[in-house]
Design a protein around this ligand. Structure first.
Ligand SMILES: Nc1nc2c(ncn2[C@@H]2O[C@H](COP(=O)(O)OP(=O)(O)O)[C@@H](O)[C@H]2O)c(=O)[nH]1
Ligand SMILES: [Mg+2]
Length: 211
């Protein structure tokens, strides 16, 4: 008797799964194609806006708290998924950035475009050190010029020159984009050229992800 009851329940369960699958197909279309996944490191001086940008891209609503050590996020884009490791940017932690470089496929360097001159100088020195590291040689780079909503925000040209990017990055695919981290569309479009560079460099079949 119990066996018949179990069989009926099982049949009901399969029917429900079948009906749900049909419903999804009809109303939401076929499942999205697999997207390639790439690992990237996100660095920059404390307060540049790294956590904020990543949280906005992941649609997280929680309040941003200073990053202790590092954090890892899977950031979904239309045509790829970035597995991003954000490393804290305090003076103490910057010494350890290089320990996280191995195995990374791309670099995201976030700069507060409205920071003071001293902070900008430190940012450009840290940028130079990171970019020259052998583990990061030839990797696609995105420089995110954040906080462009601030009145003291510098232009892309100013930061490109201050960081000497044209000379330092002649051997890699790179892009520099403005970003207002509080706006998801602004943050998302800033990543576009970077994702395209990643797809160009590693192809479309780099690990299969479906988030
Ligand atoms: N006005 C403004 N504030 C920002 C922007 N991006 C980040 N912030 C703020 O700057 C502070 C530091 O940001 P956080 O993401 O923690 O910086 P991190 O240390 O680089 O991770 C936070 O209070 C953010 O809300 C931006 O584009 N505009
Ligand atoms: Mg942070």
């Amino acid at each position: 008797m119990t066996t018949v009851r179990e069989c009926v329940l099982l049949a009901f369960a399969f029917c429900r799964i079948g009906l749900y699958t049909c419903y999804r197909r009809i109303f939401y279309g076929p499942p999205p194609p697999p997207r390639p996944g790439f690992s990237a490191i996100c660095i920059g001086i404390t307060g540049a806006g790294k956590s904020k940008v990543l949280a906005v891209l992941c649609s997280e609503k929680d309040e941003i708290i200073p990053t202790q050590g590092f954090s890892i996020k899977d950031v979904p884009f239309e045509n790829a998924i970035l597995h991003v490791k954000e490393i804290g940017g305090s003076e103490m932690l910057r010494k350890y950035w290089k320990k996280y470089y191995r195995g990374v496929q791309g670099i995201i360097f976030v700069v507060d475009s409205s920071c003071d001159e001293d902070t900008l100088k430190i940012a450009s020195e840290e940028f130079c050190k990171a970019i020259m590291d052998p583990d990061l040689a030839g990797l696609p780079l995105l420089v995110l010029l954040n906080s462009i909503d601030q009145s003291k925000a510098r232009s892309i040209e100013e930061i490109t020159n201050a960081f000497n990017i044209n000379e330092l990055c002649s051997e890699r695919k790179w892009s520099i984009r403005n970003c207002y981290a509080c706006d998801a569309d602004s943050a998302r479009s800033a990543f576009k050229p970077f994702i395209e560079n990643m797809l160009e460099q590693y192809g479309h079949s780099n690990d299969n992800n479906r988030l």
